[in-house]
Design a protein around this ligand. Structure first.
Ligand code: COA
Length: 568
């Protein structure tokens, strides 16, 4: 079938759906929801058999849904309606939640049901539930709905749906989200901030200054300690601050000041946090599941796991330096295999665009950040004593993908989306040694195609084109276990020493043919132009990305129906 994906943005859920539909032989094109007339034009051009709306912020125009079947993905159980579906479910601690695919009609979310899928609801950030459980359930439900539609079946009217537990819920307002620091215990504070992450955050104050807060973490060592001074900020660790609650304390990792954009808390409040007491971890490398910790190390026999839980996968200059230091230290440990485990939701999305945007000189900060990313990639490429594995439990984009490719092996969880290209960010050329790492995996032409086409890859698709080495279990726990088992096998293999020797030889031969420094220099010459040259595209794109400016057109590489050569 010919399926038009009508969406607010090409987010990872939309990317995944497009890929899954294509895999099943459907022809897809993307149109952003810009204006009714633009949507009408897209429909006239593409002549879709079906329209799927994975992520919309407003209703589909009547002129469209009256003439075409439009399947709307709603992140709620059957009967649930309203724009804050997940927010209410998380804030109220629902045990189970779901995704429903409805047919668009006059009343929002009230059309007949084509399919639904449910999942146990984790106590986690809304953004994490969206990228994991919701995305997976949406894929299941949309594929079911499309099959049903193709088979000529009809949807079930909402009224005929037995045991529908959902109901109409209003938009969740800041008043519903408000934290009462004197009354709310840590669990309630965490639940409220989780239900608002990554958008819109909870409106609050830090240091007496109004802001929205995000990215809350527990602090188990103070749990149950009845305190005076609830609401007070009592310390910091790296970029996060520790704040008292009625019965303990929670960490706040990110904040957005009025009129600003989201930043690590210490950067949003540099003066106010400068003199706060630093609360150290017992040992930074030891995994502590009950405190704020962005870099952690676990060792199991001959295998070491380096975790880096950087919010949104964005890696600032400082974070790159700290991670490089951690990796250099890990390489001195008595392990034969190092697994770079990244974070649960993201592995890496490259340089930290928000931190760059905030800097006094964004060009200088971009330069520092890309050099720090390169130093980190170099540390990984030059690791002759161990086999290194990038294990992607979460998505990776731009420089993050090439950082992963700098490891000997790249394994991704089924369901992960990869965007190994840079051009979407104002025609950025990119670095991270991609000109060395990519062609040797996919060939010169393959590398050019990937960079030019700017299409997302599924974990499976990445293996098929040779970008990655394995697509492993989709369930996060099964993935972790599978990664650990395979890494142990490599560490215990009889031929490990030969394998490491072959790796060192290959690196030496590559270095003799063309030194890594030359690749870096060539890439950075292009990046210098992106950062300091006369064409401001990168700075403009970053400005809009960070401030989440609304799109005013659909990029041509996505809207295939708008290609001049496209034949309907
Ligand atoms: N720097 C800062 N923030 C970043 C980031 C980066 N490099 N990459 C993603 N984010 C943030 C987004 O702004 C968003 O913030 P929010 O919490 O306020 O919503 C969040 O991470 C999630 O991003 P989103 O685009 O919603 O995630 P996705 O999984 O749907 O899409 C990408 C993933 C990779 C396609 C998309 O995030 C992207 O294009 N990122 C930019 C990559 C890039 O150009 N990096 C710089 C060049 S190396």
């Amino acid at each position: 079938m010919r399926i038009l994906l009508l969406t607010h943005a090409f987010n990872s859920l939309t990317q995944r759906l497009a890929a899954e539909l294509q895999r099943r032989g459907h022809e897809t094109s993307i149109e952003f929801d810009i204006a009714d007339s633009v949507t009408e034009e897209a429909v006239a051009l593409f002549k879709p058999d079906l329209i799927v709306a994975p992520y919309l912020r407003r209703a589909i125009p009547e002129s469209i849904w009256k003439r075409h079947v439009c399947l709307v993905v709603h992140p709620g159980i059957v009967g649930d309606r309203g724009p804050s579906a997940l927010d209410w479910a998380l804030q109220e601690g629902a045990a189970e939640w779901g995704v429903t695919v409805l047919q668009a009609e006059a009343e929002m979310d009230a059309g007949p049901v084509w399919a639904t899928a449910t999942f146990p609801l984790r106590a986690a950030k809304k953004s994490s539930i969206y990228r994991n459980e919701v995305t997976q359930a949406a894929v299941t439900a949309v594929l079911q709905a499309v099959e049903k539609y193709a088979a000529g079946k009809a949807p079930t009217p909402l009224a005929d749906w037995a045991n529908a537990r959902g109901r109409l819920r209003p938009l969740m307002k800041q008043a519903d989200r408000a934290i009462d620091w004197q009354r709310d215990d840590s669990a309630t504070v965490l639940r409220k901030i989780n239900a608002a992450d990554g958008f819109p955050g909870v409106a609050d104050h830090l240091f007496g200054i109004p802001c929205h807060i995000f990215d809350a973490w527990p602090e188990a060592s103070l749990a149950g300690v009845s305190t005076v001074g609830a609401g007070r900020v009592i310390g910091r660790r790296e970029t996060a601050v520790l704040r008292r609650t009625r019965d303990g304390a929670v960490w706040i990792g990110h904040a957005r000041r009025e009129g600003g954009f989201k930043l690590p808390t210490s950067l949003a409040f540099p003066e106010e946090t400068a003199d706060l007491a630093v609360v150290p971890l017992a040992a930074w490398w030891r995994m502590d599941h009950a405190s704020w910790q962005d870099i952690a190390w676990e060792e199991s026999g001959q295998v070491g796991f380096l975790h880096f839980e950087f919010y949104n996968g964005a890696m600032s200059t400082t974070q790159c330096h700290r991670l490089r230091e951690a990796l250099a230290w890990a390489k001195t440990r008595p392990v034969r295999v190092i697994v770079l485990a990244g974070g649960a939701d993201f592995w890496s999305n490259g340089i930290h665009l928000n931190v760059i945007e905030q800097a006094e000189s964004p060009a200088d900060e971009s330069w520092a950040n890309i050099n720090a990313m390169n130093d980190l990639a170099l540390e990984l490429i030059n690791s002759g004593r161990q086999i290194t594995i990038a294990a992607l439990a979460g998505n990776a984009g731009a420089g993050g993908c090439f950082l992963a490719r700098a490891a000997d092996l790249l394994w991704a969880r089924d369901g992960v989306m990869l965007n190994p290209h840079y051009k979407n960010m104002g025609n950025l050329y990119g670095s991270e040694y991609w000109t060395y790492l990519l062609p040797r995996r996919v060939g010169e032409q393959g590398a050019r195609d990937i960079m030019r086409n700017r299409q997302p890859l599924t974990a499976q698709g990445a293996v098929e084109i040779g970008f990655s080495d394995a697509c492993l279990a989709g369930d996060p726990d099964a993935f972790r276990i599978d990664v650990a088992r395979r890494a142990m096998e490599i560490a215990a293999a009889a031929d490990l020493d030969q394998r490491l020797a072959a790796k060192r030889e290959r690196r030496a031969a590559d270095e003799a043919a063309k030194p890594l420094a030359a690749y870096r220099e060539e890439e950075l010459a292009q990046m210098r132009r992106n950062f300091y040259g006369f064409d401001p595209s990168y700075h403009v794109a970053r400005h809009h990305f960070v401030r989440k400016s609304l799109a005013s057109w659909t990029p041509r590489h996505l809207a295939r129906h708008r290609d001049l050569g496209w034949q309907g």
